[in-house]
Design a protein around this ligand. Sequence first.
Ligand code: AMP
Ligand code: MG
Length: 424
Amino acid sequence: MKKPITIPVKASCADDHEPGILSVEAARKHILSSLPSLHGHEKLALRSALNRVLAKDIISPLDVPGHTNSAMDGYAFIGSDLPTDEARSYRVIGSVYAGDVFNGECQPGECIRIMTGAPMPVNTDTVVMQEHTMSHGEDQIRISSEHHSGQNVRQAGEDIAAGSVVLNSGRQLIPADLGILASFGVGEVRVRRRPRVAFFSTGDELRSIGEPLNEGDVYDSNRYTLYGMLKRLDVELLDLGVIGDSEDALREAFESAAGMADIVITSGGVSVGEADYTKIVLEQLGEMNFWKIAMKPGRPLTYGTLKDARFFGLPGNPVAVMVTFYQFVLPALHYLTTGKPYAPFMLQATCDEELRKRPGRYEFLRGILSQDGHGNLNVVSTGRQGSGILTSMSRGNCFIHLDEACAGIKKGDTVRVQPFDTLI
Ligand code: AMP
Ligand code: MG
């Protein structure tokens, strides 16, 4: 009888446990701790500064509002002169509109017609809204005793006090911030320069749009998903195209990318078989970590230094590119531009189906998150989860996080989800 042949089984990405494998958290920590600070800033007109990161604290030169004013259309009174037990009549001695100043003083027994935003006339500190008054005679109004001193008035500086720090250095400007800056007359702001991000795809099988596809070729889609994700972050983009699997072409591409960018991102060429190949070039040019990460999808990841740039070698599979971008590149870019750790917006949702998983690695399933009429969040997976199923990222709107310890999810369990459609 023939002896059975034993074929040794090497560690592979199909394993749940493997020696030397790194956790998602450890890889992210390593990346964040090795980032340089981004030097350089520029002065921009207010509108152009939307989404940009402030290079300096902003101190308000003015009180906002600049003067104590009425929050209502109505009548301005002296608070201590309001009726205390029964309705009373007052003489209307004039009116004041927003942008006007009332020349004169209010005396007991008198009031002044006032519009929203108009400065409070001298002596007045209280506004009774129009709807709570009754006019009678030529210039008389009557009000009840249900009002209190100080009501319906906006105090000078109640939103922003002159001399206070309103927006901190490192803040990414949102629409309200542009309004705040405009509210005290700032027309230009100093912002940090945007990080320059160069990216290219690697693979002999890749064709660019417009080129004919031969047998076995695929169109390069990763550069488009990368473009989309980077565009949302408002970084400076340098698209370097497709580079074939040749040592010389890769060396040249890595060198020129490193010369022009703060961050270099590639996709493909880091899986078993190709890794050795790009490895030779990368090891010559910089300091590299070739990681196997306990995650699915996206197990192989290369991270290191290429000259002054930081380098991310993402896997080639289209979903793995996106998952590793969101989990590693996005936190790095956020830290680089703001100096603050990136804390993704995580939600808890009821999982409406069973999800099978063995403990060992962290899985990022693509899910469809929805809300019922009561605001409860529910999630289902997008279905097939292969790392080439790019439609899962298009139909899905969140990652379902199943951490290393998770041994599967029963229908009705609560899971943590990370929306990726609103990730900026
Ligand atoms: P690799 O990591 O280079 O072995 O690539 C893994 C898989 O992803 C292969 O099926 C590649 O054809 C595919 N792939 C790599 N790069 C791209 C790309 N830029 N666009 C689409 N598919 C890609
Ligand atoms: Mg390849």
